[in-house]
Design a protein. Structure first.
Length: 487
């Protein structure tokens, strides 16, 4: 199949003000254009494996001579950012020799008793209600002990509770449309195994949840990136429709509710358009709602599935982000035919979710509003503390907080994310580098900073990151001229 072609309108829009000094700079125009495209590749906005627009189309859109664009593309080929194939368009790549800034620096010596703040995870400790939920579950457990205790669909009480919550949110749901899983990750594995085949393409947001990327690869499928644009409300719906048609993908995995790692939330019109895209292209969309309860600045719109007319949208939910990661309970909401198929395939993987955990989940979901609002208020304070610490200690880092979720997606002054993650443990912090949230080495200019930890730990972490940054930053000239922090 031919490479997906990046739309010329999309490329021109993302290049923005790329011309040096309004077109009067010392650098040749083709060099400035190549640098702009190269930056978009490193930022993950131009998907690796995609084909750039034709020289003629780009020259016309930018009002340049075709010779200028030809020279730009030639420069990208020489640097390894554009791979040519006989009889086909060149496709975007990262040079095999590209080394992130700071790699190879000697590790600084630090005190052996330095406290370590772990920023590799975005998950909260359990609220006090979890203890009460397990106590209530223990009281209900005797009525289940005379049974064999294995129900691959999930106990009726929990399925009824989950279905009622969907109905309250504007998506009428029957308990027979719910299958309880061992968390969201288990739900994704069940769905990807059933809905894809080795070699098939799956559309994903870029960046996205790393474990979802791995789950797609584990079943032999190929993730196809759809760049998110935080400064433009995130989702390029025209790009999603175009990618669905060009790749003939049968499946997409999307997180429109306080997306991990950006915290973005898709609006009502965008959700209706997603359902329309799935319907028109005959593609199934798996919508991950794991973060749906963590709206810090807004209430999430109705579920994407509420705009569907058939089985084209499947929804995944979880208790782990809303309540506690140790409560391994998730679910799939789909039409009954899909649930029946999942039930048949699940038997080869496991025989159901533990009854105690299901009872605890049902207790928490029966009246969740109070606990969840207290949860959100806690997270708001931690997010503010993290933003304040970044503004004070790393003012040349750029961040545009999303309206919810558990993390900030921070743009660095240069491509140094892996180097920073490698250096930070020497200053008491562990980090997840930006490339973990993409494919083919993208996002070296980004890093995810969760705010799930205490305010004191977050301030301590930023102090350590700032010290690590001083080791890495001198290797990138961009650090001195980066725009200020944007909140």
């Amino acid at each position: 199949m031919a490479a997906r072609v990046l739309g010329v309108t999309t490329l021109v829009r993302d290049l923005g003000l790329w011309r040096p000094d309004g077109g009067r700079g010392a650098r040749p125009t083709y060099v400035a254009l190549a640098e702009g495209i190269r930056m978009l590749i490193h930022d993950g906005r131009i998907p690796l494996g995609a084909a750039l627009p034709s020289e003629r189309d780009l020259a016309s859109a930018l009002e340049l001579s075709r010779t200028t664009v030809t020279s730009c593309y030639a420069m990208l080929r020489e640097e390894g950012y554009l791979l040519s194939r006989q009889g086909a368009r060149g496709v975007v790549a990262l040079p095999s020799s590209t080394t992130p800034v700071g790699v190879g620096l000697p590790a600084p010596k630090v005190a052996p008793d330095l406290p370590l703040v772990d920023l590799t995870y975005a998950a909260l400790p359990a609220p006090e209600e979890v203890h009460g939920a397990y106590s209530a579950a223990l009281e209900q457990l005797p009525s289940y002990l005379p049974t064999h205790g294995m129900d691959p669909l999930g106990i009726p009480l929990l399925r009824e509770t989950i279905a009622a919550r969907y109905t309250e949110r504007g998506l009428p749901t029957d308990p027979t449309q719910i299958l309880v899983t061992l968390g969201a990750q288990h739900a994704l594995r069940l769905l990807f195994t059933m809905l894809t085949a080795p070699g098939e393409r799956v559309l994903i947001e870029h960046p996205t949840y790393p474990n979802a990327i791995q789950a797609i690869r584990d079943v032999g499928a190929r993730p196809v990136p759809l760049p998110l644009r935080p400064e433009r409300e995130g989702w390029d719906l025209d790009g999603i429709r175009s990618a669905a048609r060009q790749t003939a993908a049968r499946l997409a995995y999307l997180v429109p509710d306080f997306q991990n790692p950006t915290g973005l939330c898709l609006g009502v019109e965008g959700r209706a358009e997603l359902a329309s895209i799935a319907r028109d292209t005959r593609m199934t969309m798996v919508i991950d709602e794991s973060m749906v309860d963590l709206g810090l600045d807004m209430t999430p719109p109705p579920p994407v599935a509420s705009f569907a007319r058939g089985p084209e949208v499947i929804t995944v939910g979880s208790m782990s982000k809303s309540f506690w990661g140790g409560l391994r309970v998730g679910w799939i909401r789909a039409n009954r035919t899909v649930i029946d198929r999942l039930l048949g395939s699940r038997a080869s993987m496991d025989l159901g979710t533990p009854v105690m955990d299901q009872l605890a989940a049902a207790d928490l979901l029966a009246d969740p509003d109070g606990p969840l609002e207290r949860r959100r208020e806690l997270i708001r304070g931690r997010r503010s503390a993290l933003l304040d610490a970044l503004s004070e200690q790393l003012p040349d880092w750029r961040v545009a907080p999303g309206p919810g979720g558990l993390s900030l997606w921070v743009k660095l002054p240069g491509p140094m994310s892996s180097a920073l993650a490698a250096t930070a443990p020497n200053f008491g912090v562990t980090l997840a580098a930006g490339p973990r949230f993409g494919i083919e080495g993208a996002f070296e200019r980004f890093i995810r900073l969760p705010y799930a930890q205490s305010e004191a730990d977050l301030r301590l972490a930023i102090s350590g990151i700032a010290a690590a940054y001083q080791v890495v930053a001198p290797r990138t000239p961009a650090a001195a001229t980066a725009p200020p922090l944007v909140v």
